[in-house]
Design a protein around this ligand. Structure first.
Ligand SMILES: *Cc1c(COP(=O)(O)O)cnc(C)c1O
Length: 232
């Protein structure tokens, strides 16, 4: 068994264990394998172990990899900052965008989504830890953006995403994830039906699952340390 395949197995085991602790079904937690910084061959290897969903942060790197794996039935998730001049490429190549934080970008993605593709699944990225350096919209502004995005025809608003400030203690890690879940509940009270919490990375997967993550985005624990690729 190769390293990527055994790592993937270990991540699935960690998800199953956290799900048991949370009294949740592991089937309700989707694993997105974050392949940024790794080659198309690494993606192929993960696919051989059954992995179908992959996350990328940089559009040109992503498009190259998508082209090189065209023969595989993969699903691509864009998780990096979306710039206006990249919306056309993002809307053409991805099934999910996790990192939406502005209405202007949402409008472009909706307008540019090719009509032969289903609506683009969207998560709004929220800065729940309140750090200036992190991307994402402030919690107070999420409701207004969510209501506007939900009206765009070629987008399907699915939920919220966050990258919290780094924390060591599992109990501390849970706080921002709890806040994101609360925010989703509040938004749903207004009549939307968000079903996705995209939260949890290699170092805080368990805390995220305990607080209700439905998608975890895992890179290093599957592919190893990146030589580059930190976008936060
Ligand atoms: C890189 C990245 C990840 C994966 O992080 P790891 O620490 O490698 O698991 C998840 N989400 C986003 C938005 C990222 O940029």
């Amino acid at each position: 068994m190769t390293r990527i395949i055994s790592n993937l197995q270990a991540v699935h085991d960690a998800i199953a264990q956290a799900a048991r602790m949370a009294h949740r079904q592991k089937e309700n937690i989707e694993l997105v394998a974050v392949s940024k910084g790794f080659s198309a061959d690494a993606v192929r290897e993960a696919h051989q172990a059954g992995q179908l969903a992959f996350g990328e942060s940089y559009i040109q790197e992503a498009i190259n990899k998508i082209e090189l794996t065209r023969d595989l039935p993969l699903q691509w998730h864009f998780i990096g900052p979306v710039q206006s001049n990249k919306t056309r490429a993002v809307s053409a190549h991805f099934t999910w965008v996790h990192s939406l934080d502005r209405l202007k970008i949402a409008e472009r993605l909706s307008k540019q989504r090719p009509s032969n593709l289903p609506p683009l699944n969207i998560c709004i990225q929220v800065n729940v830890s309140g750090e200036d350096s992190k991307s994402g919209i402030a919690p107070e502004e999420v409701t207004e953006l969510a209501l506007a995005v939900a009206r765009l025809p070629q987008l399907k608003l699915r939920g919220l995403m966050t990258i919290p400030a780094p924390a060591e203690e599992p109990e501390t890690q849970r706080i921002p994830f709890f806040k994101l879940h609360q925010l989703m509940r509040q938004i749903n009270k207004l009549g939307l039906s968000l079903d996705t919490l995209s939260m949890g990375m290699s170092h805080d997967l368990c805390a995220a699952i305990l607080e209700g993550a439905t998608i975890v985005r895992i890179g290093r624990a599957i592919f190893g340390e990146r030589i580059y690729g930190e976008n936060q």
